[in-house]
Ligand binder design. Structure first.
Ligand code: MG
Length: 458
C-alpha cells in the first residue's frame, strides 16, 4: 500500500488500513485543502471547479468524495465525467472556472489513483502552490460552508466534442488532406477514456478505417498502461500483419502518445514530439522546449529550422513555464507528451494525433520513412539504488567537479552535454534511486556511457 503526498498532489493505491493508501479520508482532506487554496488565492467566496476522471475502477468512488467535499466547501462543481486530462484542462477555461481536479493516476496501473490539480488557466499548480496545498492539508486549515452556502454539482458531457472541434480547427490540422489519404489507423487506448475519444477524433478527421484495440472504457487495463515498448506487444503484433498505416497508443488519461509504424515496429516515444515539432516548425519557425531527459533530436530539428532549443527541469509545469518565457511554438516531454500552445499549454495526445496524421497525409510518406529522415539517437536508462547512508548531494557535487570542463546543467540534478552524447543524473522523487539517462547516436554507445557514469558513482 502506498500514499504519496507531494507538491504535485496526492497519489496512492486503493485499499488497506487508514493512512496506508489513497482512502476517502485523505482524498477529502486534500480536496478541502485545494479548495481553501483556490478560495484564498483568488479572493473568491463562490466559484466553480471542473472535475473530470479517467476510466479506472476507483474513479467513481474518488469522484464522489471529491465532488462532495468541494460542495461542502461552498464551491460549485461542473462535472464533465469520463474525460481526458487535456479535455479537463480545456473545460476549466471553457467554464471560466477557478480551477480543476483531474482524477487519474496517469500511466500507473489500475490499483493506483491520484488527484491532479489545476489553476484557473487549466494548467498544473506550480511547486510553490503545491506546497501551499500540502501545508493546508497538514494543518487541517479549512472552513466548511454553512448550510445555505453549500455548492451544487452540474454535469456537462459536451467537452469531448468541444475538444475534438478545437483540434479540427487548428491551423496546421488539415482534415481535407487526411480524408484524401484514405488512412487505416489502429488505436490502443488500454480500456480507458482514450478508447472513446481517440476513435471519435479519428472519424472526425476523415480517417477511412479505425481499428480499435482495448477501446472499451471499463478501467480494466488490458496491459500495464505506460505506453512503452514492453507493454505494447499486442498492438505491435497486430500492426505487423499490415492492417493499418499507423497505430496510436495513449495512456489512461490521454496526455501521452506513442506511435507504431506500419510494419509493427516502434516509432520510439522520444520521436512523437520530435516528428511533430519538425512538421510544426516547417510551417511556423520558432523556438522549442523539452525537459533535460528528452532526446537531443529536438534540438537538432529546431536548429535546422533556424530556431533555438532550450531544456527545462523535469515536470510539465517547468516545461510550460520555459515555453512561455521563450515563446516556444511547440514543446513537451520525450515520453510522448506534446504541448502545442496554439491549442493550450498542456500535454495533449489528441493534438498530437491530428498533427501527425496531417504531416503523414501531406508528405505522402510511410511512417517508417518519416522516422528514417529524423536524426538518429538512442536513450539508455539505468539507475543506482541508494541506501540511507549515501549523501546524494555530495555525490552530485563530485560529479560536477569531475566534469567541470564539460557543458553542465544543474537546474535538476546534473546533466553533462558532450559533443555527440549526454548523460543526466537525477534523484528520483518517488523511489530511493538516482536515475541515469544517457543518449548517444547508437544503443551501444548510450548504454556504455550510462554504465561508465554508474561505475564512477560507485
Ligand atoms: Mg498521463
Amino acid at each position: 500500500m502506498s500514499l504519496i503526498k507531494s507538491i504535485s498532489g496526492i497519489r496512492g493505491t486503493i485499499g488497506g488500513r487508514a493512512g496506508d493508501g489513497l482512502n476517502p479520508v485523505d482524498i477529502a482532506k486534500f480536496t478541502a485543502a485545494y479548495a481553501t487554496f483556490i478560495k484564498r488565492s483568488s479572493g473568491a467566496k463562490k466559484g466553480t471547479i471542473v472535475v473530470g476522471r479517467d476510466a479506472r475502477l476507483s474513479g467513481r468512488m474518488v469522484n464522489d468524495v471529491v465532488v462532495g467535499t468541494l460542495c461542502g466547501m461552498g464551491l460549485d462543481v461542473v462535472n464533465i465525467g469520463l474525460a481526458t486530462t487535456p479535455t479537463t484542462e480545456l473545460a476549466v477555461v471553457g467554464e471560466n472556472a477557478l480551477g480543476g481536479i483531474i482524477i487519474t493516476a496517469s500511466h500507473n496501473p489500475k490499483h493506483w489513483n491520484a488527484l491532479k490539480l489545476l489553476n484557473a488557466r487549466g494548467e498544473f499548480l506550480d511547486a510553490e502552490q503545491g506546497q501551499q496545498v500540502l501545508a493546508l492539508a497538514e494543518a487541517d486549515d479549512f472552513d466548511f460552508a454553512e448550510v445555505d452556502d453549500l455548492g451544487h454539482e452540474y454535469t456537462n458531457n459536451t467537452y469531448a466534442a468541444r475538444h475534438i472541434r478545437s483540434v479540427l480547427d487548428l491551423r496546421l490540422v488539415d482534415v481535407e488532406a487526411i480524408r484524401n489519404a484514405h488512412f487505416r489507423v489502429a488505436v490502443d487506448a488500454v480500456n480507458s477514456v482514450g478508447g472513446v475519444v481517440i476513435p471519435q477524433l479519428l472519424r472526425a478527421l476523415g480517417v477511412e478505417e479505425v481499428i480499435e484495440l482495448n477501446c472499451e472504457p471499463t478501467g480494466k487495463f488490458a496491459h500495464t498502461p505506460e505506453p512503452i515498448p514492453e507493454n505494447l506487444t499486442g498492438i505491435s503484433e497486430l500492426m505487423a500483419t499490415g492492417v493499418a498505416d499507423v497505430a496510436f497508443v495513449v495512456d489512461p488519461d490521454v496526455d501521452r502518445l506513442a506511435i507504431i509504424m506500419e510494419d509493427g515496429r516502434m516509432f520510439g516515444e522520444e520521436y512523437t514530439l520530435v516528428s511533430i515539432a519538425d512538421y510544426v516548425l516547417s510551417h511556423t519557425p520558432g523556438n522549442t522546449v523539452s525537459n533535460l531527459s528528452s532526446s537531443r533530436a529536438l534540438r537538432d530539428v529546431t536548429e535546422a529550422h533556424g530556431g533555438k532549443y532550450e531544456a527545462a527541469a523535469v515536470g510539465e509545469v517547468n516545461v510550460t513555464t520555459l515555453m512561455r518565457k521563450n515563446g516556444a511554438v511547440i514543446g513537451g516531454e520525450g515520453n510522448g507528451g506534446v504541448i502545442y500552445p496554439e491549442s493550450h499549454y498542456g500535454r495533449d495526445a489528441l493534438v498530437g494525433v491530428a498533427l501527425f496524421l496531417t504531416m503523414m497525409a501531406k508528405s505522402g510518406k510511410k511512417v517508417s520513412e518519416i522516422r528514417a529522415a529524423l536524426p538518429s539517437y538512442y536513450i539508455a536508462k539505468t539507475k543506482v539504488e541508494l541506501t540511507p547512508d549515501i549523501d546524494v548531494d555530495a555525490i552530485l557535487e563530485r560529479v560536477k567537479e569531475k566534469f567541470a570542463n564539460e557543458r553542465l546543467t544543474t537546474i535538476d540534478g546534473v546533466k553533462i552535454d558532450f559533443a555527440d552524447s549526454w548523460v543526466h543524473l537525477r534523484k528520483s522523487n518517488t523511489e530511493p534511486i538516482i536515475r541515469i539517462y544517457s543518449e548517444a547516436h547508437t544503443r551501444e554507445e548510450a548504454e556504455a556511457l550510462g554504465e561508465k557514469i554508474k561505475q564512477e558513482l560507485k
